[in-house]
Design a protein around this ligand. Structure first.
Ligand code: NDP
Length: 295
């Protein structure tokens, strides 16, 4: 199948690598050197413009920071819209927002192009292993077309509802990660101050019912070791909490917990910068508490 992929970032790159092994892939990236290096490594073609990708592909996938960058890529003489053909399928793997995706879907439908939002979960490790969970919002026929494409890098591929439903699901998932990071960081800082070993505290949590992915994987690998790898930018998690807050507001559900998590993550983003990893929010808790959570 002729497939196009735009956005070779931290997670887009390993996702696209699976497609390169299977499909006739053409890639595009804003920083062209990254697309050229990817094409040389995986034996596929790098396009000069989004339009070139759209002209090539039966299925176009995007994985960009937000839905706004996706919408912007449609525009202009070199944009996706100039190259998309009737009958094509557009699958957006960005952790985006439901309202923008509904607008994009409506816009593309005028050209006979089907749209699915298909954000992913599982991190860079899951993308490399091809075991991502994928949350799809689309009409049932479009979902059936998207599923075999997404199977290149996904394990659990779930149809959540119409366009936007995938983004809503993903935002709720990531809001929980944000809340877990903050609550666990605060709790561990207090335990360490009280003289408990950070490693022991994490081990106890992980054999008790307060455990989460954050306590089982992220904190042991990144915080206790002090390695702080940068695989998922804090700025992107801040964006996800914002999408979740908007979604809860739209549905009329009060969200005091998410409101506070959103404020704390926005503050962390301002203090630590756009390049910081999401776990680095714990650095601010450590700083305030005057301890390091290591062990
Ligand atoms: P990165 O910041 O690593 O990469 C972003 C990508 O988008 C790069 O290819 C970048 O190009 C491109 N880009 C940025 N701005 C623009 C623009 N204005 N126009 C065109 N291209 C642009 O992000 P990730 O790969 O980590 O994340 C991508 C999406 O996946 C996000 O929505 C994120 O929330 C989601 N996600 C990320 C996960 C992770 O573990 N990293 C996990 C699950 C979801 P350039 O190379 O030129 O900078």
């Amino acid at each position: 199948m002729r497939v196009g992929f735009l956005g070779l970032g931290a997670i887009g790159s390993p996702m696209a690598a699976h497609l390169a092994r299977r499909d006739e892939l053409m890639v595009w990236n804003r920083t062209a050197s990254r697309a050229q290096a990817f094409a040389a490594r995986y034996g596929c073609r790098a396009a000069a413009t989004p339009r070139e990708v759209a002209s090539h592909a039966q299925v176009v996938l995007t994985c960009l920071p937000t839905s706004h960058e996706v919408e912007a890529l449609l525009e202009g003489a070199d944009g996706l819209e100039a190259g998309l053909r009737s009958g094509a399928l557009f699958v957006d793997c960005t952790s985006g927002d439901p309202a923008t995706s509904r607008r994009i879907a409506q816009r593309l439908s005028r050209y006979g192009v089907a749209f699915a939002d298909a954000p992913v979960s599982g991190g860079v490790v899951g993308a490399e292993a091809g075991t991502l969970t994928i949350m799809v919002g689309a009409d049932p026929g479009t979902f059936d077309r998207a599923r075999p494409v997404l199977a290149a890098f996904g394990k659990r591929i779930e149809h959540l509802g119409p366009v936007g439903a995938g983004h809503a699901m993903k935002a709720v998932n990531n809001a929980l990660i944000a809340v877990n990071i903050l609550a666990l960081g605060e709790g561990l800082a207090a335990l360490v101050k009280a003289g408990v070993s950070a490693r022991t505290a994490v081990n106890v949590l992980n054999s008790s019912n307060g455990r989460s992915f954050v306590s089982e994987v992220l904190v042991p690998e990144r915080v206790l070791t002090g390695s702080w790898p940068r695989t998922f930018r804090l700025a992107l998690l801040d964006k996800d909490v914002g999408i979740a807050r908007e979604f809860l507001q739209e549905t009329g559900v009060d969200a005091p917990v998410l409101d506070l998590a959103g404020k704390l993550f926005s503050r962390a983003r301002a203090e630590l910068g756009d390049g910081a990893d999401h776990l680095e929010a714990i650095k601010l808790i450590e700083r305030q508490a005057g301890v390091e959570i290591r062990g």
